[in-house]
Design a protein around this ligand. Sequence first.
Ligand SMILES: NC(=O)c1ccc[n+]([C@@H]2O[C@H](COP(=O)([O-])OP(=O)(O)OC[C@H]3O[C@@H](n4cnc5c(N)ncnc54)[C@H](OP(=O)(O)O)[C@@H]3O)[C@@H](O)[C@H]2O)c1
Length: 293
Amino acid sequence: MSGEQIGIAGAGRIGQALGRLLRERGEPVAAVASRTLERARAAAAFIGGGAEPVSYSQLPGCATRVLIAIPDQAIASVAATLAGAGMAGGMALHTCGAHGAEILAPLAARGVSCAALHPLQTVASPERGVAELPGASFAIEGEGPALDWAARIAGLLQGQMLRIPPGRRPLYHAAAVLASNCVVGLLDAAVVLLGECGIDREQALRALAPLARASVSNTAALGPIQALTGPIERGDAGTVAVHLRSLAGVPGSVGELYRQCGLYLAGLARRKSPGADFRELEQLLREGRKDHE
Ligand SMILES: NC(=O)c1ccc[n+]([C@@H]2O[C@H](COP(=O)([O-])OP(=O)(O)OC[C@H]3O[C@@H](n4cnc5c(N)ncnc54)[C@H](OP(=O)(O)O)[C@@H]3O)[C@@H](O)[C@H]2O)c1
């Protein structure tokens, strides 16, 4: 399999990072496609090893294995473009989390083996992807040679494979949103509150990052129940009431975010201390009362 040429469809963060990582591991990355030659050239330079910059319709002429790394909403139309350009046989993977192999139907109809390979990692730039994709988990779905290729890529990157049952991929992807994007949103909300205390953004992020890192690492090491600390874990309704009163004066949805997260955490606290009474705390969080003492 490793001798069959690889084409990367998409010149973005994932396409460039995976292209470079595969090339560095001895895989024959022959070409990278973009809608503009200029961006394909830049991606080819990043991937290295003489990868050719091409258009999507030129890609089937360069490769029998195609890795599609483009925004979710464009995958079906690029799959149709590749099929229209003569791709038949061979294999195709896409890197989207929410969909399975079915989104590559135009290629499957031409005898292309299709699968999905979603890196469970956040990739903010090609360079960060090269550093952070090795060792990540990869959700794979599909069948036949494309599934074997997906497993091979996960193995080349020392990744853990997650087999997601058909129909469950949206739930898997929602989990990824919670563990990654929502953490970003929660940190931004914390920065907003520190801004209300007169602390600038840069200093706030520097201050919050070790706290967030320790929370993630404690959760990974001990599990969420043991890692949970703070006023909600202690059932401290008085402190939470003071928070809610102050949050009522903060513009935007930070207060609502605090209440919804707080309610989830109260459920976790109940599991940690089954005998304790969290009713007052939960009532407060549900109502968002501003006048509680
Ligand atoms: N970034 C992440 O953290 C991450 C993590 C896991 C999975 N993924 C998945 O990987 C895929 C790619 O994500 P990404 O972050 O690499 O995206 P990206 O950096 O925005 O790059 C996407 C590439 O797709 C091309 N493109 C955009 N719209 C297109 C269209 N309508 N038709 C054809 N090509 C189009 C663009 O190339 P041109 O404009 O040059 O044509 C762009 O280079 C997505 O399915 C995403 O869900 C991303």
